[in-house]
Design a protein around this ligand. Structure first.
Ligand SMILES: [Fe+2]
Ligand SMILES: [Fe+2]
Length: 406
């Protein structure tokens, strides 16, 4: 709905970006308007803006939707929410959006039949066996690419110049290509095409570009590894949408360094890749156990293997000496209230719950992970913002999906 500038109220959400007469972006789509934005619009002579309607109506009452199919979708999606409280306002809203989204995109809830091997091995032995294997395998866990390790230094140095970053990134043509694809996508919505890394740095910022390049190069390590026990494309879709949701939530909450949140979301289930690729037998058993007993996969990992994918992922991140904030967000993405920096970890936590609910890709978890209620309260976010944030992240995902092929 188009609203004159003097009728805008704080808290309303932009349905279309606002640019000044010279085409300079003042506020992007999906932002919640604050008093300072209204002042800026007035200063720049913006007479009207396009806003989302305030009321979140129930789309499932759309006459074009088949009521029987909607009912069936509601029932099947509800089975995924068996570990969370559907009456909690945040979960209730996520469930409502998930039903709508899955119905529209025909994302069905699969009934897997998985078989377990080695059932007779006692738990203690399994743990010992796994940890011993982990120690041995640690020697051959992938090394961080040299470009990523140089980027890490760039991130840690606030005085890094655009030329320095461009020099480091340009050493890897595939990284340069992916990075330019990201900055030219709808994620940034820049008016003109960016064709060099140094131009990207000057527009988006040195820290942001380095963080982005670091995340992309870390994930690319796993591209060429054997992956019989994992659908890598599905895994990357889950990771990418979690990253985008985290980034949009961070922007929405005015959390600085949104790219660190993007990278945290991108890497949050990194430990699962290690499980799947280096321990395919154990992974299959853990998956089968969790499905057959209707248990959450990350709980089953701890019960069966003695550690979960978040701990394993952080072990790898420590080995690579990645920035501490990434460790914080990855280690606590299933229990953010225990994190030293709880807000960014809660954002990744929420993004993961949402991407699991929508069913875009998968990292193996069938059920919706538990919401950490304390962390949620601490975040001070209204569930009414979810729809807009999700819409924005999905829009960005569609413009970015091609990077998954690289
Ligand atoms: Fe996870
Ligand atoms: Fe996840």
């Amino acid at each position: 709905m188009v609203v004159p500038t003097d009728k805008i109220k704080s808290g309303q959400v932009l349905a279309e970006e606002v640019r000044d007469v010279n085409g300079r972006l003042l506020l992007s789509k999906g932002h919640t308007i604050e008093a300072k934005h209204i002042r800026v619009f007035k200063i720049w002579g913006i007479s009207e803006v396009n806003l989302f309607a305030d009321d979140h109506h129930d789309d499932t009452s759309d006459p074009l939707m088949d009521p029987a199919m909607i009912e069936q979708t509601k029932k099947s999606v509800a089975t995924l929410f068996c570990h969370v409280d559907l009456e909690h306002p945040a979960i209730k809203e996520i469930y409502r959006i998930a039903v709508q989204f899955r119905y529209k995109h025909n994302i069905i809830v699969k009934d897997d039949n998985l078989t377990v091997g080695n059932q007779s091995i006692p738990r203690q032995e399994r743990e010992k066996d796994f940890l011993q294997k982990l120690q041995k395998k640690n020697i051959i866990l992938p090394e961080i690419p040299s470009v990523a390790s140089e980027l890490k230094e760039v991130i840690e140095n606030p005085r890094s110049s655009a030329e320095h970053i461009a020099r480091v990134v340009s050493r890897s043509p595939s990284l340069t290509a992916v990075l330019l694809r990201i900055v030219n996508s709808s994620v940034y919505g820049l008016p003109s095409k960016i064709s060099t890394v140094s131009h990207a740095v000057s527009l988006i910022g040195a820290q942001e570009i380095s963080a982005l390049a670091l995340g992309v190069s870390v994930l690319s390590i796993f591209k060429n590894l054997p992956k019989e026990s994992i659908d890598m494309h599905s895994f990357l879709r889950h990771s990418l949408v979690c990253g985008l949701l985290s980034r949009v939530f961070a922007a929405h909450k005015n959390v600085p360094q949104t790219e660190q949140l993007f990278v945290s979301g991108l890497l949050h289930d990194l430990g699962r890749l290690v499980f799947y690729i280096y321990f395919p037998d154990e992974s299959r058993n853990v998956l089968a156990h969790s499905r057959n007993r209707n248990k959450l996969l990350y709980k089953e990992e701890t019960d069966y293997l003695g550690c979960d994918h978040a701990q394993l992922g952080v072990q790898l991140m420590k080995q690579w000496k990645l920035p501490l904030i990434l460790e914080n967000n990855v280690l606590y993405h299933h229990k953010p209230s225990e994190a030293q920096q709880s807000v960014p970890a809660t954002i990744v936590h929420l993004a993961d719950i949402i991407v699991n609910s929508l069913g875009i890709g998968s990292s193996g978890e069938k059920f919706i992970p538990r919401l950490d209620y304390d962390a949620w309260e601490n975040l001070e976010l209204s569930p009414s913002s979810f729809e807009t944030v999700i819409e924005q992240a999905i829009h960005q995902f569609q413009g970015l999906e091609s990077i998954l092929q690289v």
